[in-house]
Ligand binder design. Sequence first.
Ligand code: G
Ligand code: G
Ligand code: MN
Ligand code: NA
Length: 250
Amino acid sequence: NRLELLMRHALLSDGFELFYQPILDRERRLQSMEALLRLRDGDGRMVTPTLFIPVAETSGIILPLGNWVIQQACRQIRSWQLAGHRVVPIAVNVSPHQIAQPSLSTDVQVTLEELELDPALLHLEVTESSVMLHPIVALENMEKLSGLGIQFSIDDFGTGFSSLDRLHQLPVSTLKIDRSFVSRMMDANGTRPIVITVISMAHALGLSVIAEGVETEDQFSTLCEMGCDLFQGFLFSRPIPATEAVPLFG
Ligand code: G
Ligand code: G
Ligand code: MN
Ligand code: NA
């Protein structure tokens, strides 16, 4: 497989890069950023993660790759801190195989200790379905990591089969409403009731809500009226390289 070879090579030769997409509060102040993986192919073109993440999952590359992503995000925050910037937490996507690895919590802890990084500066995003793949190990990892002070969010919320009972048991602080709900929110007979319900349920459970895929001022003001806490999307910024993120720290 061509993508698999490309990824193995990229892991050894600095071929992966993290981009960062800002997550803002209601006053449009920067609160955190999501790290999004990018891969350059032999011709210097970007390959989209929706193409290579599934191959990484099935080939097992996701484990060393996932480790690299966490380490790279942590090294990036540390180097921004050492350069004197007022940093915000970085949210890293954790794949189904990663959260099912018994060694994950120790690996992350070692990374944080080596860098002397405050665990509160690392957020982890998991999906409901990835937690359900190996619920016992996943829950153990999440409990250990949140015990260290790492916050968890549920990514793509609403797209899988939600078990409200399970959600209630997980140590998570935030739900991310999937962008498919945000994009159809303003349509007649659209997803507006779903968005309202997710926000009110999240708040009832003591969780905060990030709306993904916010593209218009109309969506933003409607989400604000609904009480949504945090916002991410092309309206504010696309995912950007690390160098372009620096001015955002103010
Ligand atoms: O950037 P966007 O095209 O950037 O990302 C597409 C998909 O790839 C999203 O579903 C996102 O969650 C996933 N993704 C992006 N970066 C990572 C990563 O570092 N690890 C994992 N597991 N998934 C990622
Ligand atoms: O599944 P996850 O939420 O991790 O995926 C993030 C993906 O969403 C990335 O591919 C990112 O580029 C994309 N994305 C972020 N903001 C927007 C947006 O406002 N509109 C669209 N269409 N995609 C977005
Ligand atoms: Mn995500
Ligand atoms: Na998503």
